[in-house]
Design a protein around this ligand. Structure first.
Ligand code: BDR
Ligand code: CA
Length: 306
C-alpha cells in the first residue's frame, strides 16, 4: 500500500527534484501539488510545478496555485539561489497544462483525508490559510512533514531558514495547530550534498535525469560560491525521502516555537532540545541523517524515471 502525499511547494530547484523523487517512488502516490510564493513569485512557482510534472510525463496530477504573498509581510524571494525563472539551468519546456481553479488552501482541504501526508517544502502561507478557512482539517490531517527551519544557524539571516523567514506568522500558526509535524531543517539537509558525480550519473538517464543534472549545474554554482560546499543540499527532497523511509532521518520529539517579533531573530525556529522552556513537545525535529543512504535513494530513484 502506498502513502498518499500532497506537496505544497515553491519550485525552486530542490522542490522540483522533490516532486520527481515522489513520482519515482512506489511507496508514494502524489495526489496533488499546490504552489505558493517563495523562491519566486506565484506565477513562476506555479509554472515551474506544471513544467516539472510535464518533464515526468505526469501532467495528470492536479496543481493548485495559492498565496501570492505571505500572511502579513512583503514577499522576499530567493532569485539569487534559483535564478529569474525560479528553475534556472535547463531550457524549460512549454506546457499547456493549467492549474485547477481552486485556491491551494481550499484544494488542500479537499485532498486531505486520513492517511494523506502533507509535505510542504516552502513558506507555510497556504497551510495557515487552510487552517483559517477550514478549521475541521486538523481532525483529519494525520501528519505534516515540512522542509524548513533550523535548530542551529539560518541561511537567510544568522537566525532563520528561508521557508520560516518568509512567513513566520504562518509557520507559528502551523506549529501551534496541534497537527503532528516533522521538521526537516538545515541541520540535516546540510549534511547531504548532491555532487557533480551524482549529476553525471543522471545526465544520460532519460528526460527527467537530464533535467535534474541541468538543475544541479546551476544550483551547485550558488552553493560553491556562497558556502564553499562541494555539492548542493537538496533540502526539499529530504522531506519526501523521510516519508518514503523514516529510518533515513533521526528525529527528536521536542517543542518548536517560531519567533515573529524580533528585529534580529524573526523566523527563527526555537527548538527546545533540552526541555528547558516547559512547553510541551509539539514536533519531531530532524537531528541526524544517513546521508549516503539518502543520496543513493535519491539518485537511483531519479535515474529510474524515463
Ligand atoms: C529552502 O528554501 C528554499 O530556497 C528551498 O527550496 C528550500 O525549500 C531551504 O532553506
Ligand atoms: Ca522550497
Amino acid at each position: 500500500m502506498s502513502t498518499k502525499i500532497v506537496i505544497d511547494c515553491d519550485p525552486g530547484h530542490d522542490d522540483a527534484i522533490a516532486i520527481l523523487l515522489a513520482l519515482a517512488s512506489p511507496e508514494l502516490e502524489l495526489i496533488g501539488v499546490t504552489t505558493v510564493a517563495g523562491n519566486q513569485t506565484l506565477d513562476k512557482t506555479t509554472r515551474n510545478a506544471l513544467v516539472t510534472l510535464e518533464v515526468a510525463g505526469r501532467s495528470d496530477i492536479p496543481v493548485a496555485a495559492g498565496a501570492a504573498a505571505p500572511l502579513r509581510r512583503e514577499l522576499r524571494t530567493a532569485a539569487h539561489v534559483h535564478g529569474e525563472t525560479g528553475l534556472d539551468g535547463p531550457e524549460l519546456p512549454e506546457t499547456s497544462a493549467l492549474p485547477v481553479e481552486a485556491h491551494a488552501a481550499d484544494f488542500l482541504a479537499e485532498l486531505i483525508e486520513p492517511g494523506v501526508v502533507l509535505v510542504p517544502t516552502a513558506p507555510l502561507t497556504n497551510l495557515a490559510l487552510m487552517l483559517e478557512r477550514h478549521p475541521d482539517v486538523p481532525d483529519r490531517l494525520e501528519r505534516i512533514v515540512w522542509m524548513g527551519g533550523s535548530i542551529a544557524e539560518g541561511n537567510v539571516t544568522p537566525a532563520a531558514e528561508f521557508n520560516a523567514f518568509v512567513d513566520p506568522e504562518a509557520a507559528a500558526a502551523v506549529f501551534a495547530s496541534g497537527i503532528p509535524i516533522t521538521m526537516i531543517g538545515l541541520d540535516v539537509t546540510h549534511k547531504a550534498f548532491f555532487t557533480r558525480a551524482h549529476a553525471e550519473r543522471l545526465r544520460g538517464a532519460g528526460r527527467a535525469g537530464r533535467f535534474v543534472a541541468e538543475l544541479s549545474d546551476f544550483f551547485q554554482q550558488f552553493h560553491e560560491r556562497s558556502y564553499g560546499f562541494d555539492g548542493s543540499p537538496i533540502h526539499d527532497a529530504m522531506a519526501v525521502a523521510h516519508v518514503i523511509d523514516p529510518s533515513l532521518v533521526t528525529t527528536r520529539h521536542v517543542n518548536v516555537a517560531v519567533e515573529v517579533r524580533s528585529e534580529l531573530c524573526d523566523g527563527r525556529t526555537v527548538v527546545d532540545l533540552r526541555g528547558v522552556s516547559g512547553r510541551a513537545p509539539n514536533a519531531e525535529v530532524g537531528v541526524d541523517v544517513d546521508a549516503d543512504r539518502f543520496l543513493e535513494l535519491l539518485v537511483s530513484r531519479l535515474a529510474s524515471l524515463a
